[in-house]
Design a binder for this molecule. Structure first.
Ligand code: NAD
Length: 358
């Protein structure tokens, strides 16, 4: 019997290489915006100024910081008020989108997002703000961008290692959607197509960062991954990475890229249907070896010890993670399991748990 409740978030998606300016102007006109603030991170500032030149009454806000510190959010809000902004345009990765969301949260201004990484924040109604090293997140419909403009031209400059880490962050959205609290057949179908697109796109980007088809498939897959994630919610993988990122200030995309195979291996014995689906989207006989093969091809980030996580923090981290593991997780999780998983992820060793023992 098929019984479920699915929620779809509404937004326009405009996709096309070299069309960012044209699409932005169309959206500015459609929304009747009279005063626009472009929020752009460092590598995108020149492009943002170019876009701003074509939009009437536009200002560029360029003080984007990772993880949206409160001071940055307050400063951007003040600037938006001073210019009587009625449309926010983010140009950049998850940090630029996140700052636009922080302004939208308190001022109710619509956002048009122009993403330049594969983080996927543009397709979710989740916001995050960091105060004194503690990140608070929440869900609010005001922060969901009304439109998303994808233009692969803006992604050619994303360095290969960051493209790989960010793309694996997107892959993690897809895989975790299979057992997240609100998983359902619709977001699983979207996630499956996301895995297929990312599996096709990322190796091409790794080989040639200017590969148009590779960049397109990766960007398309990243959008699907975020739609699936927004609908299904955070599963075990995202809960682990959220704690690691927040408590130990680890880099977002790289943390996701390292942790994913360990969570997949741990849950593999308890989620055969999801694993079959993931395997077929990866084009492999089984999901765990398919992911390993993809990661090998991409020379993916391997060990948390290379990204600022101290071995001495493993036991504390396991204790912090246990209470936030969702009930929907298909296999029971203990603090010992998490300790072992983190130990493996810290060292970058082959996953030692779960593959054969449910
Ligand atoms: P980021 O936005 O911090 O970007 C990483 C780095 O890449 C930065 O130095 C940036 O300047 C650079 N960069 C971005 N695009 C580039 C390009 N095209 N060329 C060259 N350099 C480029 O990191 P991210 O991984 O995109 O986003 C991570 C943040 O997004 C985290 O704070 C995370 O919590 C948040 N996030 C939120 C959601 C959500 O739903 N709210 C979802 C995913 C991620």
């Amino acid at each position: 019997m098929l019984t479920f409740t699915h929620r779809t978030l509404g937004q326009r998606v405009l996709f096309g290489e070299g069309m960012a300016a044209e699409h932005l102007l169309a959206e500015v006109n459609r929304l009747g915006a009279r005063s626009v603030m472009l929020i752009a991170d460092l590598p995108q500032q020149q492009r943002a100024r170019g876009l701003a030149d074509r939009v009437p009454r536009a200002v560029v806000y360029d003080r984007v910081r990772p993880h949206v510190p409160t001071e940055t959010a307050d400063d951007a809000r003040t600037t938006a008020r001073a210019h009587e902004i009625d449309l926010l345009v983010s140009v950049g990765g998850g940090s630029a989108t996140g700052l636009a969301k922080a302004v939208a949260l308190t001022q109710g201004i619509p956002i048009v997002a122009i993403p330049t990484t594969y983080a996927g924040s543009e397709a979710t109604d989740v916001w995050g703000i960091t105060q004194s090293s503690r990140k608070t997140t929440g869900v609010d419909e005001r922060v969901l961008p009304v439109s998303v403009i994808y233009d692969v031209e803006l992604t050619y400059t994303l360095p290969v290692d960051l493209s790989v880490a960010s793309g694996l962050n997107a892959l993690a959205h897809c895989i975790d959607s299979m057992w997240a609290p609100r998983t359902d057949p619709i977001n699983q179908a979207i996630a499956t197509e996301g895995i297929r697109a990312l599996t096709a796109g990322l190796p091409a980007v790794k080989e040639d960062p200017h590969h148009q088809g590779g960049r397109e498939q990766t960007l398309y897959g990243a959008y699907l991954s975020a739609v699936a994630f927004a609908s299904a919610g955070s599963g075990m993988h995202h809960k682990i990475c959220h704690v690691l990122g927040g408590a130990y200030d680890l880099p977002h995309a790289q943390t996701h890229a390292v942790v994913l195979p360990y969570v997949l291996a741990y849950l593999a014995p308890a989620a055969p249907a999801a694993l079959d689906r993931i395997a077929s989207a990866l084009g492999s006989q089984d999901a765990v070896s398919g992911l390993t093969a993809l990661r090998d091809r991409l020379d993916a980030p391997r060990a948390l010890k290379n990204h600022g996580f101290e071995e001495s923090a493993i036991e504390e981290a396991a204790q912090l993670i246990l209470p936030v593991i969702p009930e929907s997780t298909p296999r029971p999780v203990t603090v010992d399991d998490l300790t072992q998983l983190l130990r493996d992820a810290w060292a970058g060793s082959t996953p030692t748990i779960g593959v054969n023992t449910p």
